[in-house]
Design a protein around this ligand. Structure first.
Ligand SMILES: [Fe+2]
Length: 354
């Protein structure tokens, strides 16, 4: 499971490799953490890592790390190295690779951004938003061409943030009105960058960059669009962006656990987002993603083994209590047991270390 580096303890094993800001591998999967490793991870700004048994089935369904890193690098190199006009070939190819993975059903949305460093946040976040948007696009049966546009616009949605000073983007405290006004410029800045850096952008991809902060009730920016005036693609990117942002730790606030983020989105239909888009999005995520440690109404603790699309609150779980003989439980068949909450990271560390 994903744990913040502040909660790591010597002896835990890495279930997934840890990458640095440029995609370089810092530590291999399976490595046993020592005090020195933990200090080094914190020093390098790594916010969270995945710990547990690397052979666990829980980690099989995550987007291949090379594909994620390639996508991140393609975007970074396009943004940082193209002084003159340059085509988006590499970015689009990396999006195609993600589309192929999702269409092949190799991937399920759980454990996005297990490994996130403070300065790599923008690029990691971009890839995660792209994956989330594409999952929704597949659910809505978009054709491949549409998926590639949706993925490309989503991976580039925050392009304009590269023009906003880092001290504003990463400010730990509350933003002043002037600072917030600066941040609100990023959709237009990104849209202009996209048009000026490439000749071949289609209007749908570009609209995602421009309109991903528009809100269904008209409260968004930069144009204050309302309802159906917001295209389906920017609407999908907007909800993916919000979900990913609130479920990731940032310098200025802690991440919401997935079940709280799920609940927040449940209440956002036809206010922040189009209700149909919200309903489709909720089919693609889980309040208790695979690998979550949950507390049950019978006092036991369990790990989520399998999630259900249409019954998100009734997953299949594995009991962690040593005295329990039948380890696996299908909550669809257990009408008298409910999940009452998730185990906090401190307690989870103790359980994993056992
Ligand atoms: Fe944005």
């Amino acid at each position: 499971m994903k744990l913040p580096t502040s909660h790591l303890a010597p002896g835990m094993r890495l279930a997934r490799p840890v990458y640095g800001t440029k995609g370089e591998k810092l530590l291999n999967q399976g490595v046993e953490l020592t005090d020195a490793y933990i200090k080094a991870l914190r020093r390098r700004g790594v916010l969270a890592v995945c710990v547990g048994d690397p052979n666990d089935q829980f980690y099989e369904n995550v987007l291949a790390e090379e594909i994620r890193i390639n996508a991140m690098e393609a975007v970074r190199s396009w943004v940082e190295n193209s002084a003159q006009k340059k085509n988006l070939k590499q970015v689009i190819e990396s999006v195609e690779a993600i589309v192929e993975e999702i269409l092949a059903g190799k991937y399920c949305v759980s454990g996005l951004t297990e490994i996130c460093t403070t300065d790599a946040y923008t690029y990691m976040h971009s890839v995660d938003v792209c994956v989330l948007s594409l999952t929704v696009g597949v659910e809505l049966r978009f054709a491949k061409k549409g998926l590639i546009r949706l993925g490309t616009g989503s991976i580039l949605h925050d392009l304009g943030k590269t023009r906003i000073p880092l001290e504003i983007l990463n400010k730990p405290g509350r933003l002043t009105a002037e600072e917030f006004a600066e941040i609100k410029k990023h959709p237009v800045l990104g849209y202009e960058m996209l048009l000026s850096k490439t000749n071949e952008i289609d209007s749908e991809t570009a609209s995602i960059v421009l309109d991903h902060h528009e809100r269904y009730d008209g409260s968004g920016y930069p144009r204050g669009l309302r309802g159906e005036d917001i295209g389906i693609m920017p609407a999908i990117c907007a909800i993916s962006d919000v979900y990913n942002a609130i479920t990731t730790d940032r310098v200025y606030r802690k991440a919401f656990p997935p079940y709280e983020a799920y609940e927040l989105l449940m209440g956002s239909g036809n206010t922040m987002f189009d209700a149909d888009v919200v309903n489709t999005f909720l089919l693609c995520i889980s309040p208790y993603p695979i690998g979550s440690l949950v507390r049950l109404s019978n006092g036991l603790i369990a790990r989520v083994i399998k999630t259900r699309k249409n019954q998100p609150f009734r997953p299949i779980i594995g009991l962690l209590d040593a005295n329990q003989k039948n380890g696996e439980l299908d909550l669809m068949k257990e009408n008298n047991i409910v999940i009452t909450g998730v185990v906090d990271p401190n307690e989870a560390c103790a359980i994993i270390a056992k």
